[in-house]
Design a protein around this ligand. Structure first.
Ligand code: GLU
Length: 473
C-alpha cells in the first residue's frame, strides 16, 4: 500500500461540535497527508440521521477552517453512499459472506437480558445461519423483515497497527455483526469500509476508541476483496485527573477556545503534542516544521493528558511571536467587538496600532486582553478605577504636581522616552519627592488604572496632547 499516493480521511459524525479529541485526529490526518504530499479528505458520517444535524456539520467545517486544517476533497456526506453500501451487502450475500437474519429484535433483546443475568456477554447464536436456503427464500417472499449479518469466519484476525503494534483478536469474540438493519439501513461498519475502499484510503488514522471495530472492518475488506489500509489508532485524551477528557475539565469544543481568545496556531501546536512527540525537546513548531517532523512512529501508545496551562503557555508564546500581519487580523474582530475599532488602524494609523500591539504582547494571554487592557488609548474619557484613584490621586497636592508635570511636558522640545524621563526626574528633584511619587499618580491620571505598561511608552503612544490633558486632572 505504501507506494500508492497517500490518501487519508477525517470522518466525524455530525452529532456534536468538533471536540478537542476530534480536532487532534483531524490534525494528525492533515499532518500525515501534508508530509507525504497526499490527499486529506473530509467525510461527514451522517448516517445516524436522528442524531446528525446540518448545524453540527457546519460547526465542524467552521472549526476545521478556523484551525487551518484545509481539506483537499469533500466534504462528502456518507449518507449519499447508502446505495453503494447496500450494493456491497448484496455482494456479500451472493458470495456467502453474509446471511439474512429474521430474528425479531424483541427475541434478541430477551436473549441479551438472559445472558446479562448469567453475567455473560450475548453473542448472536446463529439461528438464522442454520436456515435452509428455501426457508430463507420463503421468508423473504413473505416479506418478513430481515437484517443481514456478516458470517464471521473461524480463526482469528491480526493486524499491525502503526501505533499500537500487533493486534490479534480471536473470532470467538466477534459476533456475526449486522451489516444491514431490517429497515434497510446499512450499519456503520459497512458504510465506513465501503467508503474507505471507494475513496482509496491508504491510512486510517483515528481515535483509539475505534480499535475494537478494526477486526470486523478487516474481515469486511477481505470479504470484499479489497486491499487493507494501514491502521493507526491514536491514544485517548485524558483530563489532568487522568479520566477521559470531558466537560468537567473545561471546554471540550474547539470553537469554545476560539471564543476564549486562543490563536489557532497555539491550538495546533498544543494539539500536535497531545500524543505525539518529535523525539526531541522542541515544543514550538511552525506548521512547516511540524509537517516535516510528524510521523506515525512518533505517536505514543500511552494516553495523552490535556493540560490547559500548557495551552495558555502556547497562546502567550504565539501572541508574543506572531508577525503583525498575522496577529492583527485576529485582533481586529476583538477590537470591533469591544467597540474600539476604526478603519484608520489599518491605514494611516497602522504603524501606531502595531506599536500598541507590541506594547501589549508581553501582557496579553488571550486576544481579548488587547482591547481590554488598551481601552484607555481609544476613549476620550478615562474610565477611572476607584481604588487606584483613592490610592494615588486623592491628595490635592499630588494633583498640583501633575499639573506642573503637564506644563513641563507641554513645553518639551521633543516628546521622547529620554526627554520624558528627564522631565519627570528633574521635577521630582525640585519637589523633593521620589520619581515614583509622580509616576504612580500620573499613570492613574492617564490610564485610569494603577497597572499599565511602562509610563513613558504609554505617554508616547497616547501622544502629547492627550497626555497633557489627562495630567491636568
Ligand atoms: N465517524 C466516526 C466517529 O466520529 C469515525 C469513524 C472512523 O474514523 O472510522 O467517531
Amino acid at each position: 500500500m505504501s507506494k500508492q499516493p497517500v490518501r487519508v480521511r477525517f470522518a466525524p459524525s455530525p452529532t456534536g461540535y468538533l471536540h478537542v479529541g476530534g480536532a487532534r485526529t483531524a490534525l494528525f490526518d492533515w499532518l500525515f497527508a501534508r508530509k507525504h504530499n497526499g490527499t486529506f479528505i473530509l467525510r461527514i458520517e451522517d448516517t445516524d440521521i436522528e442524531r446528525s444535524s446540518e448545524e453540527m456539520t457546519r460547526g465542524i467545517l467552521d472549526a476545521m477552517t478556523w484551525l487551518g486544517l484545509h481539506w483537499d476533497e469533500g466534504p462528502y456526506m456518507q449518507s449519499a453512499g447508502f446505495d453503494q453500501h447496500r450494493d456491497a451487502v448484496s455482494k456479500l450475500l451472493e458470495s456467502g459472506h453474509a446471511y439474512h437474519c429474521f430474528c425479531p429484535p424483541e427475541l434478541l433483546e430477551q436473549k441479551r437480558k438472559e445472558a446479562a443475568a448469567r453475567k455473560t456477554d450475548f453473542k448472536y447464536d446463529r439461528i438464522c445461519l442454520r436456515l435452509a436456503p428455501d426457508e430463507v427464500k420463503r421468508c423473504l417472499e413473505n416479506e418478513q423483515r430481515a437484517a443481514v449479518r456478516f458470517k464471521v469466519p473461524d480463526g482469528s484476525v491480526s493486524f499491525e497497527d502503526a501505533v499500537v503494534g500487533e493486534v490479534t483478536i480471536s473470532s470467538e469474540t466477534i459476533e456475526d455483526f449486522v451489516l444491514l438493519r431490517s429497515n434497510g439501513q446499512p450499519t456503520y461498519h459497512v458504510s465506513v469500509v465501503v467508503d474507505d475502499i471507494e475513496m482509496r484510503i491508504t491510512h486510517v488514522i483515528r481515535g483509539a476508541d475505534h480499535i475494537s471495530n478494526t477486526p470486523k472492518q478487516i474481515l469486511l475488506y477481505r470479504a470484499l476483496g479489497a486491499p487493507i489500509p494501514v491502521f493507526a489508532h491514536i491514544p485517548l485524551i485524558l483530563g489532568p485527573d487522568k479520566t477521559r477528557l470531558s466537560k468537567r475539565h473545561g471546554a471540550t469544543s474547539v470553537m469554545a477556545y476560539q471564543e476564549q481568545g486562543i490563536l489557532p496556531e497555539a491550538m495546533r501546536n498544543f494539539l500536535a503534542l497531545l500524543g505525539w512527540s518529535p523525539g526531541t525537546d522542541q515544543e514550538f513548531f511552525e506548521d512547516d516544521e511540524l509537517i516535516r517532523a510528524f510521523s506515525l512512529e512518533g505517536i505514543s501508545k500511552a494516553n495523552a493528558v490535556f493540560n490547559p496551562e500548557k495551552l495558555a503557555w502556547f497562546n502567550a508564546q504565539y501572541i508574543a511571536r506572531l508577525p503583525h500581519e498575522r496577529l492583527v487580523p485576529y485582533l481586529k474582530p476583538e477590537y470591533i467587538k469591544a467597540g474600539l475599532w476604526r478603519d484608520s488602524l489599518e491605514r494611516e494609523d497602522a504603524g501606531w496600532f502595531r506599536s500598541l500591539v507590541d506594547l501589549y504582547r508581553p501582557r496579553a494571554k488571550v486576544l481579548q486582553d488587547f482591547p481590554k487592557l488598551s481601552r484607555f488609548f481609544f476613549l476620550d474619557h478615562v474610565e477611572y478605577d476607584q481604588a487606584a484613584v483613592d490610592k494615588f490621586l486623592k491628595d490635592e497636592k499630588v494633583r498640583g504636581y501633575l499639573r506642573t508635570l503637564a506644563d513641563r511636558l507641554e513645553a518639551l522640545p521633543e516628546f521622547s522616552h529620554h526627554s520624558l524621563e528627564a522631565a519627570v526626574r528633574s521635577l521630582a528633584d525640585e519637589l523633593g519627592v521620589k520619581p515614583a511619587a509622580l509616576m504612580n499618580p500620573a499613570r492613574v491620571a492617564i490610564t485610569g488604572q494603577a497597572i499599565a505598561p511602562g509610563l513613558f511608552d504609554v505617554m508616547i503612544l497616547l501622544g502629547r496632547d492627550k497626555t497633557v490633558k489627562r495630567l491636568r486632572i
